[in-house]
Design a protein around this ligand. Structure first.
Ligand code: HEM
Ligand code: MYR
Length: 423
């Protein structure tokens, strides 16, 4: 990179920048790296000292599982809306690797499991098309929440009563929507989540008592049967937390699908190209959508012990932050980074510390997202459906994407109309 690692970590002049972070969203970190002309600076967030970093060198550090932990790395409300206490993300060392292997098996190694997931998504999507034709205007994001929630239930085999399905889908979408800020809706969402966790906990207890038998090989069965490093089964509480860690992020993929639909509007040639399915070009498109779209803004980590790194002294307990969004938009790594160019051919690659929308480094040994393959495959399937299987109009609306809201999306949500099968 062209940016210079200074001998001493510069400090941002403000006393505490929590309010600026909330105001500036995705732009907060990139703006300060640019203004201070450095890939590293120190500031205070929520009155706590934090070192903020960007780029591939920093990504190597933040995804170094030996020296860092995710415990204490995000505000409690964010933690409990997303990964939650007791989750794989809150484990370190051998216990983390052992539990992570379960996610890697379910989401990466078991080809059948991944194929079932994509096929389920396709079926759930196609099932909605006749209704969309009758509806006139369709809010794509909301429809995708429901489609992906149904997909997640069917694929994991998580039990949810039919009459609660729409409420539960909205709850899971709210976990994601509210993770970026603390507001009046945070606590209501946390409370509703606790009720869902309670129901899932009860389901795992019934499995233990032999009163419920999940389909063998399903994620529900894998979670129920998983034994940790000490040969212990997961407590029903932790099993429920990890079940939500499969369901919630699958629903989050809908946000990338909306960004993909938005790209089809801005670059209609890509809709034409993908109307004739071509595996490589679908991957080019899906991966470039992951690179360019503002989604997971940054990740936090905490030093487990004091150490020296690049001439800096990092003290035990030091809070660190890595700019994922900015790293994916760095001019040093990507030519014309703000331009949508699927032809650049970025791919998920554990050796590439620049293209890191869902974390960096080793999935099996560090905290990198195990859901990337599932995300890419579902995104490809969605692109195939939107470009090649259905036709629709995009009526006049505000399609601008605010970079100050986290997470974000098109202002009017992305409304489509006149949905029909492609002739
Ligand atoms: C971890 C983003 C989809 C399951 C992560 C991390 C990021 C991320 C940035 C790393 C957090 C860290 O370094 O501490 C995303 C985004 C997604 C997505 C933007 C788009 C929808 C998925 C999917 C699944 C999933 C589909 C599973 C079905 C997980 C789990 C972890 C994780 C279990 C914790 C891994 C660990 O701590 O070892 N995700 N993810 N994610 N993700 Fe995803
Ligand atoms: C998931 O559901 O796990 C995947 C996507 C969630 C995106 C939520 C974006 C807001 C995150 C704020 C992170 C603050 C970390 C210090």
């Amino acid at each position: 990179g062209s940016r210079f690692w200074p001998p001493k970590i510069p400090r941002s002049p403000a006393f505490d920048e929590t309010l600026s972070l909330m105001r500036e969203g995705y732009g907060f970190l990139p703006r300060r790296f640019a203004d201070l002309d450095t890939p590293i600076f120190r500031t205070r967030l929520m009155l706590r000292d934090v070192i903020c970093m960007t780029g591939p060198i920093a990504a190597r550090l933040i995804y170094d599982d030996a020296r860092l932990t995710r415990v204490g790395a995000m505000p409690q409300t964010v933690l409990r809306l997303l990964q939650d206490r007791g989750s794989v993300q809150q484990l370190d060392g051998a216990a983390h690797r052992h539990r992570k292997a379960l996610f890697v098996r379910i989401l990466m190694e078991d080809k059948g499991s991944l194929d079932r997931l994509v096929a389920t998504f396709r079926r759930q999507f196609l099932e909605r098309v006749p209704d969309w034709s009758r509806m006139g205007a369709v809010a794509l994001g909301k429809e995708l929440d429901l489609i992906l929630f149904r997909t997640a239930l069917s694929w994991t085999q998580a039990p949810v009563d039919a009459d609660l399905l729409e409420d539960d889908a909205a709850l899971v979408a709210d976990m994601i929507e509210n993770a970026g800020h603390v507001g009046p809706r945070t606590f209501g969402t946390l409370f509703r989540r606790s009720l869902l966790e309670r129901r899932f906990r009860a389901a795992f207890r019934e499995i233990r008592r032999g009163k419920l038998t999940p389909m063998p090989g399903s994620p529900m069965a894998m979670l129920a049967g998983y034994r940790d490093v000490h040969g212990q089964l997961l407590s029903p509480t932790v099993a429920a937390v990890e079940l939500i860690n499969l369901i919630r992020p699958l629903v989050a993929i809908g946000r990338y699908i909306v960004f993909a639909a938005l790209r089809f509007e801005r670059h209609p040639q890509w809709k034409e190209i993908l109307a004739e399915p071509d595996a490589e070009r679908l991957t080019d498109f899906a991966e470039e959508v992951r690179r360019i779209s503002p989604f997971f803004p940054f990740v936090g980590a905490v030093a487990r012990a004091s150490f020296d790194w690049k001439g800096y002294r990092i003290r035990r307990g030091q809070w660190l932050m890595l700019d994922l969004y900015g790293s994916c938009h760095a001019g040093e790594a990507f030519r014309a980074p703000d331009e949508f160019r699927p032809g650049r051919g970025v791919r998920r690659d554990e050796a590439d510390y620049s293209f890191i929308p869902q974390g960096a480094g080793s999935t099996a040994r560090g905290h990198r997202c195990p859901g990337e393959m599932a995300t890419v495959e579902i995104l490809k399937e969605a692109a195939r459906l939107l470009a090649g299987v259905i036709d629709y109009e995009v009526p006049e609306q505000d399609l601008s994407v605010s970079l100050t809201t986290v997470p974000t999306g098109p202002t009017d949500g992305f409304i489509i109309s006149g949905v029909r099968w492609r002739g």
